[in-house]
Design a protein around this ligand. Structure first.
Ligand code: AMP
Length: 308
């Protein structure tokens, strides 16, 4: 396991690997690694000859200075976990290495239009410019053939796919399923900042997604009803303040009115001082597959049962 801090050193080390015909996999992270990150590294190790994990708390993607300051930093444990999961390189650069001149903003940044206008983009101004810029830089430095990202950050995954397409970057983006705690809470580095009460309350995010998905799976076609089902579930938890609970097209991330086929349920909420996001796929069965006796009128009764 090599721990690298300098950009030139990373590029040189991985250039040697590529020249020897080895497939490089890249797993970008902000550290405080947990089993979700571990699953990405293990998948990369199973599909590539060499895995580089990046650990960089990217100041450009934080819209709140307090959130950046409070972000957990656990490099020694991260290196051990990356090593155990099959990584060969951990790249953990200082901020000045990634952004010479910081805190002055870099002259060149990457903006992905459209996809970033909504959801996290509107709640966190500048966030996705920071993500797109750092991911583009990391891909340029490492030159991987595959880069691994979690569906946990579903909009981010869409933004990365879009920038790779638009900039013709020679890398395959691999999306990986969300790893959850046994009670459904999606693993997140931010979970460590939850108090015991907040940690218990945070499980409502997954329950809300499940309530929304259950109504879609049962044939609900009105996205408004599904949003209401999620909001109602979230409303049961006084420690939780909802930012958004949305039903969107899984590719464009545009809000949907009428559900046909697959949608993505996305939500963001503050649990005490910690902002969490989560999402789930849901598929409305084709008309002929909706269970007998479940006409559209039934969905009103369904929504009532769910608690709208
Ligand atoms: P982060 O360190 O939070 O920036 O995350 C680094 C990568 O790990 C991103 O691609 C995330 O989507 C992914 N990730 C974070 N949490 C999870 C999780 N619970 N399951 C799967 N992937 C995750």
């Amino acid at each position: 396991m090599q721990l690298i801090e300098q950009v030139v050193e990373l590029s040189a080390a991985l250039q040697v690997e590529r020249a020897a015909g080895r497939r490089v996999g890249l797993v970008p992270t902000m550290g405080a690694l947990h089993a979700g990150h571990q699953s990405l590294i293990e998948r990369a190790a199973s599909e590539c000859d060499l895995v580089a994990v990046t650990v960089f708390v990217n100041p450009l993607q934080f819209d709140e200075i307090g959130d950046l300051a409070a972000y957990p930093r656990t490099l020694a444990a991260d290196v051990a976990m990356a090593d155990a999961a099959g990584a060969s390189v951990v790249f953990a650069p200082p901020v000045a290495e990634m952004y010479p001149g910081h805190p002055a903003p870099p002259a060149t940044t990457v903006h992905v239009a459209g996809l970033t206008d909504r959801l996290e983009g509107s709640s966190r101004p500048g966030h996705f410019d920071g993500v797109a810029t750092v991911v583009t830089k990391l891909l340029a430095m490492a030159g991987p053939c595959r880069a691994y990202f979690g569906e946990k950050d579903f909009q981010q995954l869409g933004v990365v796919r879009q920038l790779v397409r638009d900039l013709c970057l020679p890398v395959e983006v691999v999306g990986c399923a969300t790893v959850r705690e046994p009670d459904g809470l999606a693993l997140s580095s931010r979970n460590s900042r939850l108090s015991p009460d907040e940690r218990r309350a945070a499980t409502v995010l997954h329950r809300a997604l499940q309530a929304g998905a259950a109504s879609v799976d049962a044939g609900e076609r009105r996205a408004g009803q599904v949003r209401a089902a999620m909001a109602s579930e979230l409303g049961r938890e006084p420690l939780v303040t909802v930012d958004y609970a949305e039903v969107v097209d899984p590719r464009s991330l545009e809000p949907v009115d009428e559900i046909v086929g697959e949608v993505r349920l996305l939500l963001a909420a503050a649990v005490g001082p910690v902002r969490l996001i989560d999402n789930l796929a849901a598929v409305r069965p084709a008309a002929g597959d909706v269970p007998a006796g479940r006409a559209d009128d039934d969905t009103v009764a369904d929504a009532e049962r769910i608690g709208v």
